[in-house]
Write a protein that binds this ligand. Sequence first.
Ligand code: 0WE
Length: 256
Amino acid sequence: MSSLAGKIGIVFGVANKRSIAWTIAQAWAKAGATLAFTYQGARVKENVEELAGAFGDDTMILPCDVTRDDQIAAVFDAVGKKFGRLHLMLHSVAFAPREALEGEFVNTSREAFRIAQDVSAYSLVALARAARPLMTNGGSIIGMSYYGAEKVVPHYNVMGVAKASLEACTRYLAYNLGPQKIRVNCISAGPVNTLAARGISGFVEMLRHYEARAPLKRNVTADELGATGLFLATDGAAAITGQVLYVDCGYQIMGM
Ligand code: 0WE
């Protein structure tokens, strides 16, 4: 039997076929899960409809701006009405205003800081709260993080602060929801060429830097992130909660 047969999952953060959210969703679907997808904005709606259209008729596609409590409520209301339960949730959503990822960190505006925290970190708390009543048989919640949460990565700036917050939220949620057998973990991915990374100046050099420094002498592939997302969703990870798992070809262990 497939490892996720009979499981229901919800995926936040698919923008296109390169999205980390999409690779993890595919791994979940292949393992037998039934999925709901949310999208933000009309441009992404078409992409998600085209991608998720390949899955079964049970697949749901819903709009959700994670900074809007009414939209979050509507999403979980619809999922509750259709499936009555939920086992898996993927949070693969982040945003900071572009100018905050370019200039000096000291110049980060109050508004850019607020937006980065709201979209990239607080949303995990809001979504976990909305998911909890449906995760009656336990569950697995996964967020996506990056090394810039713990060490300075030039230009990552306010996103590094937001990812540090996301990782702390992961630990507090894990403690809070553990008694209900809801596990909460983050995958800290090495750099991947997605829409979120596009246009970041020096990204190609960053990929080369990882290749040269990481113990495995290469970059992580999308499929490998899918496989880790699947692992965290299964009973193989039943005793893992509150953790940040580095899926970065070992880059994080290096001191020099
Ligand atoms: O978390 C991220 C990026 C998330 C992100 C990307 C954008 C680009 C477009 C958040 N907000 C925005 N806002 C925009 O206007 N990554 C892990 C990818 C990433 O982004 C970087 C990186 C890496 C790696 C930015 C600077 C330096 C390295």
